[in-house]
Ligand binder design. Structure first.
Ligand code: M6R
Length: 610
């Protein structure tokens, strides 16, 4: 949520252009409003408005803004409606101070009142403005920008990061207190940002920051300090191997389609990692714990559900899937020093997950194993160990390739664990692992080819359907939920994903003539799915099947178009590839409805708030 970018340059006089280029790479974090503040001849030029960066740029000429330093912010609204006044950056009381934040201030109402009572002129209802006023307040007292920024953090509670500058200093300061922040060093210019993609157009020389740290940027240096006592920390920059082309569409109309098409490569890459030397340690962490939870949100949670079925089926180990925000109230009291929390998060920054991570670490309640995509994320730095999803950047707000990678990771680990603990016959285990390695990348590609056209045609028949269900059974439970989430998220339909045998316990009453219900199945469960299909079709409902083509299922669809068939594959691979037709269907339905699937309304890819 929200993306900030600050740049200080020695030689540029037209900083707006590079600020637009870099900060637009953070669009996936927020697109309610955008703003840029630059310093020209000792004066702050601040332009902002509601809308996506390309529209606001056209309206306000952001890329033509002059100056050698500045701060840009892309907003996902939390405190204060998405209006021009609430857009960031903000001024302090005086127009000498400019700054923007990412995250939430929990003491917003109290602190706003306190500042106003002491004469501060607060213009917006946005909590980011208070960060700038806090710096302004302490500057009054110290006459020193470094000290003012350091002390400002005393007043602010919550999880946030902010960047701030003063018109008369050729410096930008930034603070990390619970939200992500990285810095970069290029030739005679430096940058600080909420996330790596906006740094990569300038440099791959990166300085990772930790919570409780602040940075001072000049054109030639990035100095890191501890907020608490102002002590300088000599942090080396690291060369990142992440490729900036990952954040380009590469000829596809949308990132989502590009990322779906990257899945064969993802399968190959993640299996390469799983075959590497660290797998043993990850499996040992599961073996050495007496109770395991798989904690995640959204698509990562759906992947966790698929994972739990694999762990039960292949290893006889009950790994409980838990929604991040629900973990503490539902399972918090069951943790002890022998527990293991497998924390699954594409971004590695999701607040609901970081809360669980912090609770386990602070109270010494067992081990944490991160499953994450973003290298350098909070989860990566703080979990006891982590498994990388190796998907490269996932830019589109809807998760696709990272969900896919997560399910492969769980399937693989479950099979290895099953062989080790004797639950799975070694020959069967080896067959499954070798099917994953040898067949999955090709099968993934074949599934895309086979179901792409079918999904596109089916999408056309669903344009006017306001509401539908997506049901799965056994290993396809999580797949159905993921399909439903995709349809909800980017097509704006009501679509509920649920367990197919539960449908008759109430939801069935929604079915009338032609009411569409998706059934996602593996070949071993189709006998059971037939019962559930019958319950719908005998009431006039329309069954749409996702799975391998089976003669016994054919009579249950009205026409061929209602069967999203995937290629023939070993049964335990079915749940991995069954998601692909649903991803493609949601993509085409979204585009047919005139929606940009990469940036669905109201959402942000990285949710660093509670
Ligand atoms: O970065 P995370 O995996 O922790 O994100 C979790 C969810 O916010 C995310 O999966 C969300 O549900 C996706 N936009 C769904 O496509």
């Amino acid at each position: 949520m929200c993306g900030i970018t600050g740049i200080v340059s020695q030689n540029r006089t037209d900083i707006g252009q590079i600020l637009v280029e870099c900060s637009s790479k953070l669009t996936y974090r927020g697109y309610d409003s955008v703003g840029i503040a630059t310093v020209v001849n000792g004066m702050v030029d601040l332009r902002k408005d509601v809308g996506k960066i390309e529209d606001v740029n056209e309206e306000l000429g952001l890329s033509k803004m002059k100056g050698d330093r500045g701060i840009a912010q892309l907003r996902w609204a939390t405190y204060g409606a998405p209006t021009k006044t609430n857009a960031q950056p903000h001024f302090g009381c005086s127009r000498d101070f400019y700054g923007a934040h990412n995250g939430n201030l929990h003491n917003y109402y109290e602190y706003r009142r306190e500042l106003m009572e002491t004469g501060h002129h607060i213009r917006s209802e946005n909590d980011g403005e208070l960060c700038v006023h806090a710096v302004d307040k302490y500057y009054e007292q110290t006459d020193d920008m470094f000290e003012a920024v350091r002390c400002s953090t005393r007043d602010l509670q919550g999880a946030f990061a902010y960047a701030v500058g003063r018109a008369d200093e050729k410096k930008i300061y930034a603070v990390k207190m619970g939200s992500s922040l990285v810095a970069g060093i290029a030739e005679h210019e430096t940058i600080v940002s909420s996330d790596l993609p906006s740094i990569l157009p300038l440099t791959n020389n990166v300085v990772y920051l930790q919570d409780g740290e602040m940075v001072e940027l000049t054109p030639d240096s990035v100095r890191v300090f501890r907020v608490e006592d102002g002590k300088e920390l000599h942090r080396e920059a690291e060369i990142t191997s992440v490729d900036s082309s990952a954040a380009e569409k590469g000829g596809y109309p949308h990132f989502m389609l590009k990322e779906i098409n990257e899945q064969p490569q993802v399968a190959e890459d993640v299996l390469g990692v799983l075959e590497g030397p660290k797998s043993d340690k990850w499996i040992q962490m599961i073996e050495n714990s007496n109770r395991q939870y798989l904690v995640a949100c959204g698509s990562s949670y759906n992947a966790g559900i698929v994972g739990s079925y694999y762990f039960n089926r292949l290893a006889g180990v009950p790994i409980i899937p838990a929604i991040g925000g629900q973990f503490e109230p539902l399972y918090g009291k069951t943790l002890d020093e022998d527990s293991l929390c497998i924390l699954v998060s594409q971004s590695g920054e999701t607040k609901d997950i970081i809360n669980v991570l912090n609770r386990v670490k602070n109270d010494d309640l067992g081990k944490t194993l991160g499953v994450l995509n973003v290298i350098g994320s909070t989860l990566m730095f703080n979990a006891d160990a982590y498994i990388p999803m190796v998907c490269g950047y996932e830019v589109s707000v809807p998760a696709t390739k990272t969900y896919f990678s997560q399910t492969i990771i769980f399937a693989y680990l479950a099979a290895k664990l099953g062989v080790r603990n004797g639950h799975l016959d070694p020959r069967e285990g080896e067959q499954f692992i070798s099917a994953l390695k040898k067949n999955l990348p090709r099968l993934t590609k074949d599934t895309m080819n086979k179901s792409g056209i079918l999904a596109k045609e089916l999408a056309r028949t669903l344009i006017d359907v306001p509401d539908l269900y997506c049901l799965g059974y056994g290993l396809t439970d999580g797949v159905a939920r993921e399909g439903a989430l995709k349809i909800k998220e980017i097509c704006y339909n009501h679509c509920e994903g649920m367990y197919s045998s539960e449908f008759k316990h109430g939801p069935l009453s929604i079915v009338t003539d032609e009411y569409p219900v998706f059934f996602v199945t593996t070949t071993e469960d189709s006998w059971m799915i037939i019962n559930h299909i019958n319950e719908v079709t005998c009431r006039g409902g329309r069954a749409i099947i996702v799975g391998e083509k089976e003669d016994k299922l054919l009579p249950y669809v009205d026409n061929d178009g209602d069967y999203l068939a995937v290629p023939k594959s070993p049964v335990l691979l079915n749940p991995l590839i069954d998601v692909i037709p649903l991803q493609l269907l949601s993509y085409y339905l979204s585009v047919d409805k005139g929606i940009n699937p990469d940036l669905p309304r109201n959402l942000s890819k990285t949710l660093t708030v509670d």
